[in-house]
Design a protein around this ligand. Structure first.
Ligand SMILES: [Zn+2]
Length: 128
C-alpha cells in the first residue's frame, strides 16, 4: 500500500455525480465546477490484472494478507475460493469484494473493486 499520496486517479463529486480526471493536484482540495461542493479524490492501485481471469479470486486469497484486509475466511470458504469450479466460487468472491477493507497507517480506508482487473480503491476528502 502507498505510504503517501500521489496524484489522485480522478475526483468525484458525491453531490452531483460529476467526475474530473484532468486535475493535477496533490493533497489539495478540489471544488466541483458544477455545484461548488468539495470533490472526493479517488486513488486506485492495481492489485491483479485481468490476465489472471477467473483465477483472480484464487490468487487474491493465496497471495494477499487477508487479515490486513479484515477478512476472516474459514477453512471452507478458503477451499471454495481455491477452486473456480466450485458452484459457490463467485458468491464467495462477491462476499470478499463487499467486505474487504484495509486501513493504512494514515487511517485511509481501501476497498476492493473489480472491473476486469482487481483494484484497491481509496476515497479521500481533503479538508485543506
Ligand atoms: Zn458537484
Amino acid at each position: 500500500m502507498k505510504n503517501e499520496y500521489y496524484m489522485a486517479d480522478y475526483y468525484h463529486c458525491n453531490n452531483c455525480d460529476n467526475y474530473a480526471d484532468d486535475i493535477i493536484s496533490e493533497k489539495e482540495k478540489v471544488i466541483c465546477e458544477n455545484c461548488d461542493e468539495t470533490m472526493i479524490a479517488v486513488f486506485s492501485e492495481l492489485l491483479l490484472s485481468d490476465f489472471h481471469g477467473i483465477y483472480i479470486p484464487k490468487v487474491f486469497v493465496e497471495s494477499f494478507d487477508l487479515e490486513k484486509w479484515n477478512l476472516k475466511l474459514d477453512k471452507e470458504e478458503k477451499e471454495i475460493l481455491n477452486n473456480p469450479e466450485n458452484e459457490s466460487y463467485w458468491d464467495s468472491w462477491n462476499d470478499v469484494l463487499n467486505n474487504a477493507e484495509l486501513i493504512d497507517k494514515d487511517k485511509n480506508k481501501y476497498f476492493l473493486h473489480q472491473d476486469g482487473d482487481l483494484f484497491a480503491k481509496c476515497y479521500v476528502e481533503f479538508k485543506g
